[in-house]
Write a protein that binds this ligand. Structure first.
Ligand code: S3P
Length: 164
């Protein structure tokens, strides 16, 4: 395994788990969103409003192409990377293991920051449609599925074993 890529819905806990896993497995953590924000010198929300979603999606693919060249990394993917099959293919072709972090929408709604998610900030209920549209993609692309039931850290040792 060259590295790990975490996929899943916005608010599923990808950033928390991928930062912890990176630390514990001595891998370097990268967030696709953060890389795009650095390149553009603006937030994801501003990129969506100034350049549009299509531009953001192209930036995701370009960022993935750059990141997969790096050894021993964890990629924290934005929730929408599964919308383009090529994104997943690039990561798999480069030896990345894809881990789907699955979390109930009712749990996500409790602690997600809607304001920083351009797809949701004007209509929080859209999260249900997005989940229904994407669940099969997350399932289909995952090498490993982890259920975030709110006690992720109590199952952490087992999870680490599964994704190593
Ligand atoms: C998106 C998820 C976000 C970010 C953008 C679009 C999506 O990342 O990439 O707002 O389409 O699901 P997180 O999953 O880290 O919130």
């Amino acid at each position: 395994m060259k590295g790990l890529a975490f996929i899943g819905m916005m608010g599923s806990g990808k950033t928390t788990i991928s930062q912890k896993v990176a630390k514990d497995l001595a891998l370097t953590y990268y967030s696709i969103d953060q890389e795009i924000e650095k390149d553009h010198k603006m937030t994801v929300s501003s990129i969506f409003s100034k350049h549009g979603e299509n531009h953001f999606r192209e930036s995701e693919t370009n960022t993935i192409k750059q990141l997969v060249a790096k050894p021993n990394i964890v990629i924290d993917c934005g929730g929408g990377v599964v919308l383009n099959k090529e994104n997943i293919q690039i990561m798999k072709d480069n030896g990345f293991k894809v881990v789907f972090l699955n979390r109930e929408i009712s749990d996500i709604i409790g602690d997600i920051d809607f304001e920083t998610r351009p797809l949701l900030k004007d209509n929080h209920d859209k999260i249900y449609n997005i989940y229904n549209e994407r669940l099969h993609l997350y399932m289909e692309h995952a090498d490993v599925i982890i259920n975030n039931t709110g006690c992720l850290m109590t199952q952490y040792a087992r999870i680490l074993n599964e994704i190593k």
